[in-house]
Design a binder for this molecule. Sequence first.
Ligand code: MF3
Ligand code: CO
Length: 255
Amino acid sequence: MIELKTPAAIDAMAAAGAVVARALDAVHDAAAIGVTLRELDALARTVIADAGATPAFLHYQPSFAPTPYPAVICASVNDVIVHGIPDDTALRDGDLVSIDCGATLAGWVGDSAISFTIGTPHPDDTHLIDTATRALAAGVAAAIPGAHLGDIGAAIGAVGRAAGYGIPHDFGGHGIGRAMHEPPSVPNDGRPGRGLRLREGLVLALEPMFLAGGHDDYRTAADGWALHTLDGSRAAHVEHTVAITADGPRLLTTA
Ligand code: MF3
Ligand code: CO
């Protein structure tokens, strides 16, 4: 069942979202050549705990996963699309990193992701990240009362396809509220005017992920979590939690 949120609930979700935004800012600031993914995870854990919130990813087990998630963030480097488990890998010059983070505050969840490069960026990576960011903005702009779910997917997908990027089919955005994953699923591709009619109070996590090689295929790592591009090309992933309101889309995962 799709639960519409009251204005007070949306304010509460924005408070949770602000914690996530602060955690992502801290991780982004700390990420540099030689820093390990595990160190970034510990930093996010501290920011979330200091805010009186709890990590939404830790021990979470969606239906596709073989084991409970063992960390606070997903750290997906280079050819990892999403769900990279932080380990002792040290960041290197030119890496493309996606950090995904969720936090629960007073029973409400925020979920957001950023992508950035380490040291001297490869121009192709900058373009990939910029395109994913533009796609997210286009998806957010389509999240208005009276529009349809397909308008969001169509807006996101059009930006990625125009740039020649691949889009994995089985992963995308989702409803969010007291649980991190609520209905509906929000594909990163779609047809305008189709699907669920968007109403005031619907809160969605939109999360475009684009594959530089132009293929949509991916493979799951041996750990059952990380998704890699099949062709070894790089991927970018960005995410915001957004509320559909009478005044237009409201981003909830900002500081
Ligand atoms: N933003 C990701 C998603 O919505 C985060 C899930 S990671 C998990 O799917 F570990 F929590 F599953
Ligand atoms: Co999400």
